[in-house]
Ligand binder design. Structure first.
Ligand code: URA
Ligand code: CA
Length: 433
């Protein structure tokens, strides 16, 4: 088999065979096929697309390129949730204990990563003592006992995706549905989940800004999941404005605790109930979506979900008194209110700019080496559709930095106030099964 022929075949718009897909994925991972040939193939895929079958075969080849997490020692159907990423997305912190509290096993491998705020692990480390450096056996035992545990990334998962993603980054081939869908799904499948709930975000703060693109990506991922034997569904949700009120690590932990106590923001609570119900259904812990939702609402109302969060954190070293008294979470030295310059209705809160502002305050990493300030971030007081008076606080900056004028400028540019009535945006656009 020759790489040249594979490039030519795809360039001409023909479907590749499974052998051809494996040949280039394995050859590239091992270093036998040079970057220039794979670059040409990626560009051919970008223009010629891939069939549903090719996408699934590419995904499986990437899964098989490295280690796979074996969760078979955990009883029950393991359901993972994946979000395509957004600003102030506190859902994982709420969903993990919430669905676990009604019997769904959550075996979560998570990371830190770059972004507006830290990853799930950084956020949880706002709770003093909490750690994710546990052995695989401890991880499995904890999920069997408490139905929930989070472990830091271990093993060499999907090395093919790492190499291909880096190459796409420098060859203008990131933005391709078959390549994005296979990249995301390969990582989920290698992490061992039996079933997958996808939260595909759309809007200014999302990877897919456009609703139609988000739907297409969701359909592509659901199709891949089903073809490789993992029950998969997707929810398309809004990320035109940040989710909830909090953007920042300890601020989001506090928000998650309030949500688990049934006192959380409306949009965050609703999205968690929608995604959570789907997880409960896929895990066979309810026979209808209505029954699944009722179970979750009951767990929020009777304190079971909140207690489960405490059990989960204290089992991995976290100080449970912090969960009872969130005043003990890391707190920034300065709280600076940003006030409305005019009276009216909030028309937009551009999510990605607010995320950037939170990062500038210290909440996220700009490079792998940057230190995170767990206490830093932004707390919104208003959301799109809310009325505001001139001089009324729209949000509060939490920071330890001396100088925040450029952050305040960015915020004023990113929040539009209108004289007209504005409706709150749709939260859930679609469900793809
Ligand atoms: N996220 C991924 O993991 N892969 C992509 O290709 C795009 C976003
Ligand atoms: Ca939030």
């Amino acid at each position: 088999m020759r790489m040249y022929d594979i490039i030519e075949k795809k360039r001409n718009g023909n479907e590749l065979t499974e052998e051809e897909i494996r040949f280039f994925v394995d050859g590239y991972t091992k270093g036998d096929i040079p970057d220039y040939q794979v670059s040409a193939l990626l560009m051919a895929i970008y223009f010629q697309d891939m069939s549903e079958q090719e996408r699934a075969q590419l995904t499986q080849a990437m899964v098989d390129s490295g280690d796979k997490i074996d969760l078979t020692d955990i009883s029950g159907i393991k359901v993972d949730k994946h979000s395509t990423g957004g600003v102030g997305d506190t859902t994982t912190l709420v969903l993990a204990p919430l669905v676990a509290s009604v019997g769904v096993p959550v075996a979560k491998m998570s990371g830190r990563g770059l972004g507006h705020t830290g990853g799930t692990i950084d956020k949880l480390e706002s709770v003093p003592g909490f750690h994710t450096e546990i052995s695989n056996q401890e991880f499995i035992d904890l999920v069997n006992k408490n139905k929930v545990s989070v472990i830091g990334q271990t093993g060499n998962l999907t090395p093919a995706d790492k190499k291909l993603y880096s190459l796409r980054d420098v060859t203008a081939t990131v933005n391709s549905i078959p390549l994005i869908a296979s990249s995301i799904m390969s990582k989920k499948i290698a992490s061992g989940a039996d079933a997958i709930v996808l939260d595909v975000k759309t809007g200014a703060g999302a990877f897919m800004k456009d609703l139609e693109d988000a739907k297409e990506l969701a359909k592509a991922m659901v199709s891949i999941g089903k073809q490789v034997g993992r029950n998969t569904m997707a929810v398309i949700s809004d990320m035109s404005q940040p989710l909830g009120f909090a953007i920042g690590n300890s601020l989001e932990v506090k928000e998650a605790i309030e949500t688990l106590q049934g006192k959380g923001p409306k949009d965050l609570t609703e999205l968690c109930l929608v995604l959570g119900s789907q997880m409960v259904l896929l895990a066979n812990q309810a026979s209808t979506i209505e029954e699944a939702r009722e179970k979750l609402e009951e767990s929020l109302a009777n304190g079971q979900a909140f207690e489960h969060f405490k059990t989960f954190l204290s089992s991995q070293g976290g100080d449970p008194s912090v969960i009872d008294d969130t005043e003990l979470l890391p707190k920034a030295a300065k709280q600076i209110q940003v006030k409305a310059k005019q009276t009216g209705t909030i028309e937009s809160i551009v999510a990605d700019n607010i995320g950037t502002a939170a990062m500038m305050l210290g909440a996220g990493r700009a490079t792998k080496e940057s230190e995170i300030d767990l206490s830093a971030g932004i707390l919104l007081h208003k959301k799109v559709g809310d009325k505001v008076q001139e001089g009324e606080p729209i949000l509060t900056l939490h920071t330890n930095q001396q100088e925040v004028n450029s952050v305040i400028d960015l915020i004023h540019k990113s929040i539009l106030i209108s004289d007209n009535a504005v409706a709150a945006p749709t939260l859930i656009y679609d469900t793809i099964t």
